[in-house]
Design a protein around this ligand. Structure first.
Ligand SMILES: [Ca+2]
Ligand SMILES: [Ca+2]
Ligand SMILES: [Ca+2]
Length: 152
């Protein structure tokens, strides 16, 4: 294998090369506006804590493919690919890293309770003006922050 081939293979493994083919600029960012509309069940343009919690609960059920009450990194990766149609892009957190952030007992899996508690913390962190509702802008800013590696 030549050096150039190695570099190309590495770029491909990191999703750098693949991102250009699978993600044309015209396509809206996955999980952005669609996710917001899904969560805003009363369509008032804001996501309340209750709306967020309901979405989190149904998200957990979706991710828990074998319904054992726990979500593993594999299950989260599979659910992510099903929803967005792609693997996490370069620079995005992997499922294992996302789990680690809210995995209270450190067993590498999420229970519904850990997921709910972690998501509530994220809601509060994303709610920049602390009015108890997430606007589109607040959610977009929060997700950008969350996806950046090493962000706390
Ligand atoms: Ca709402
Ligand atoms: Ca499971
Ligand atoms: Ca807010």
């Amino acid at each position: 294998m030549t050096h150039t081939t190695l570099v190309a293979a590495f770029a491909l493994a990191c999703g750098i090369a693949g991102a250009q083919d699978t993600n044309p600029p015209a396509r809206p960012a996955p999980g952005g506006d669609h996710m917001f509309k899904m969560m805003d069940t009363d369509s008032d343009g804001k996501v309340s804590a209750a709306e967020h919690a309901a979405a989190v609960t149904s998200m957990f059920a979706t991710m828990d493919a074998n319904s054992d009450g726990k979500v593993t990194a594999e299950e989260m990766t599979m659910a992510h690919q099903k929803i967005t149609g792609r693997a996490p892009a370069a620079g995005e957190m992997s499922a294992a890293e996302k789990i680690k952030v809210i995995d209270a007992n450190g067993d590498g899996m999420l229970t519904a309770e850990e997921h709910a508690t972690g998501s509530k913390t994220m809601f509060e962190r994303m709610d920049g003006d602390k009015d108890g509702f997430l606007t589109r802008a607040e959610m977009a800013a929060g997700h950008a922050m969350k996806m950046r590696k090493g962000a706390q």
